[in-house]
Design a protein around this ligand. Structure first.
Ligand code: CP
Length: 323
């Protein structure tokens, strides 16, 4: 295995991070998702691609969109799905993560979809699973959320087509955002013309410029002429200490209103990974407005997750056939 998530032939064995992946692989994920998108419009929303496979959703942290779209994606590929409810599992009786994992593995599971509040948790699990098991990172601490980044890239491609021509702004709490980190990596790999981050100094990583982004603290200036605006939630659960004056003050400076959105190109799209906090980082008139593609992002999550699951389990089968 190279890069911890690729097979020797460069196929996805796990999907843990966008970092280190190449443009053709990201394009393949989006192309495959494009093919899967139509399944959701069929009368019978199913294909038999993963029939007989068992996928376990292991969510140690809350989720609405990611968990449900992973479950729907697995079911549309005809896999059997188990959702382990961590709060009622034996984890609450002191069972270790690895013991939980090995018990689930002994039920002949083929894939773990993992969300955890600790950065590196998905990679740790991937290092300890049996060779036939794939691990997909559904968000780990402040580190990475690769399927979210891919569904965001897919949404941008649907609306804007050619990445190198684009100017993309990510606004808000970049410091604590696994989504922003994965998005910046994906946008750079896909060759986006200009990536901007906008936010107060306290919510931007100190090494921001090394990520290859342009930094703005003034929102109107940062939004000038952009094609895509990605808003982020304030991630209070990961903040240590007071980093902001007040939600009201934050909205005044960094909340996306119709007036601030007018600084972007007239056909700019507005994105948000969710959950959104109306009146904190985005006004309802914008979240529900004509430029918003926020609910489309959720829809695209199903096709992207179908693509990633079918690619990782496909690579596993290839390896098994060669062994
Ligand atoms: N975007 C996202 O990860 O949302 P959930 O926390 O609801 O899964």
């Amino acid at each position: 295995m190279t890069n911890n998530q690729l097979t020797e032939s460069g196929r996805l064995r796990h999907f843990l991070t966008i970092e280190g992946l190449k443009r053709p692989l990201l394009t393949e994920i989006m192309d495959r998702a494009e093919q899967f998108s139509s399944i959701s419009h069929q009368q019978v929303k199913k294909v038999p691609l993963l029939r007989g496979k068992t996928i376990v959703n292991l969510f140690f942290e809350n989720s609405t969109r990611t968990r449900t779209t992973f479950e729907l994606a697995a079911k549309r590929l005809s896999a059997d799905v188990m959702n382990l409810n961590i709060s009622t599992s034996a984890t609450s009786k002191g069972e270790s993560l690895l013991d939980t994992l090995h018990n689930l593995e002994s039920m002949h599971s083929d894939m773990f979809v993992v969300r955890h509040n600790q950065s590196g948790a998905a990679e740790f699990i991937a290092q300890h699973v049996a060779p036939h098991v794939s691990v997909i990172n559904a968000g780990d601490g402040c580190h990475a959320h690769p399927t979210q980044a891919m569904l965001d890239m897919f949404t941008i491609r649907r609306h804007k087509h050619h990445f190198p021509d684009l100017r993309v702004a990510i606004v808000g709490d970049i410091l604590h955002s696994r989504v922003a980190r994965s998005q910046i990596q994906a946008l750079a790999i896909l060759g986006v013309g200009e990536i901007r981050v906008i936010g107060p100094k306290t919510l931007l990583p100190t090494d921001c410029q090394s990520l290859g982004v342009h930094v703005y603290h003034d929102m109107e200036e940062g939004l000038h002429d952009v094609d895509v605006v990605i808003m982020l939630r304030l991630q209070h659960e990961r903040m240590q200490g007071a980093l902001l004056p007040s939600a009201r003050e934050y909205f005044k400076r960094y909340g996306l209103t119709e007036e601030k959105l007018r600084c972007a190109k007239p056909d700019a799209i507005v994105m948000h990974p969710g959950p959104i906090n109306r009146g904190v980082e985005i006004a309802s008139t914008v979240a529900d407005g004509p430029q918003s593609v926020i609910l489309e992002q959720v829809t695209h999550g199903i096709a992207i997750r179908m693509a990633v699951m079918s690619m990782t389990l496909g690579a596993q089968s290839e390896q098994e056939a060669q062994a």
